[in-house]
Design a protein around this ligand. Sequence first.
Ligand SMILES: Cc1cc2nc3c(=O)[nH]c(=O)nc-3n(C[C@H](O)[C@H](O)[C@H](O)COP(=O)(O)OP(=O)(O)OC[C@H]3O[C@@H](n4cnc5c(N)ncnc54)[C@H](O)[C@@H]3O)c2cc1C
Length: 331
Amino acid sequence: MVSSEGSVLIVTEVDKNQEILPISLECVTAGKRLAEALGGGTVALIMGAGVGEAAKEMTHYGVDEVCLVDHPDLTAYQPELYVAAFLQVCERVNPRAILMGDTLTSIDMAPRVAFALNTGLVTDCVAVEVSDGEVSFVKPVYSSNVMAAYTFASEPYVVTLRSRAEEAAERQETADAGVTPVDVKLDAASVRTEVLQRVVEEDAGPKLTGADIIVSGGRGVGGPEGFEQLKELADLLHAAVGASRPPCDLGWAPPKSQVGQTGEKVAPSLYIAVGISGATQHIAGMQSSKKIVAINKDPKANIFKIADYGVIGRWEEVVPALREAVSEIRK
Ligand SMILES: Cc1cc2nc3c(=O)[nH]c(=O)nc-3n(C[C@H](O)[C@H](O)[C@H](O)COP(=O)(O)OP(=O)(O)OC[C@H]3O[C@@H](n4cnc5c(N)ncnc54)[C@H](O)[C@@H]3O)c2cc1C
């Protein structure tokens, strides 16, 4: 029986290998701070089919309880069924706040859940702030030119958290929380969408969101051959390859590598921008990076205004030199 009434409910997602996503562990960090402010506990929720092991693993991350909804109809994300299961868990947990990662699944589910619970929603939150017992949720608006702090007028708070906005909770050897299985009733007749095909993305190097280092190319890289060179540098650094919009539109880089307002929002420890001018729409997706290095032949390029380190020069000369230097260090 779920006991943590009035707590923070943390939606935990797993990848195709049933491994817990880093963003879910980052939600635990934010969730614990939030729970402390609200005077309640933390409940992690795992929904899916065959996710029992992941639920057990989740007990090692310092939450008070793990709720497990293991149902054969929840094999893959299906909005009507997932939301129905989620709302049944909410009836039992009665959370004061619901935290989800800013993943494709959660940004589909969060507004449906908020609507069903007749409450508000803050998406793409980058900071959960607690001051004098008051909780606010900060998100970038107007292409990240303004940071807006939102407070809720209703409960539960429903919030999706941007990847790498928080440190991931650390695994503890001891598992203090228990796993509570929750039975849900799902009605196949409620399903109004049908999944016709599922294309599993090939894993080629680290994923953009969650990557610690990103090497990103812009129009100045000149073509797909340029991106091959960036990939070589990225491999040496164990980094992911990103791009501004033009290379994605031109087919030099896959669409999923686009960083920016209409692409991925990233916050790696190191972002290397190569041949990127620094348009506001691009900066909107990467300005939270801890360190930014810009390589551009134009000394007046806007990207230098936000870069921690800048190299004025042609990437054709700078990138091979950088690659060589990294190889030397790695020897
Ligand atoms: C609604 C909307 C949404 C958008 N969303 C996004 C988004 O999500 N992400 C995004 O990135 N853009 C987005 N854009 C596009 C954005 O406005 C810019 O057009 C785009 O970011 C520019 O990309 P860029 O910096 O690669 O190209 P450019 O602005 O053309 O800059 C190329 C840079 O490369 C440099 N350069 C050229 N040759 C070399 C060389 N040999 N060596 C070194 N440097 C060199 C140049 O000096 C220049 O600074 C959006 C636009 C709109 C209108």
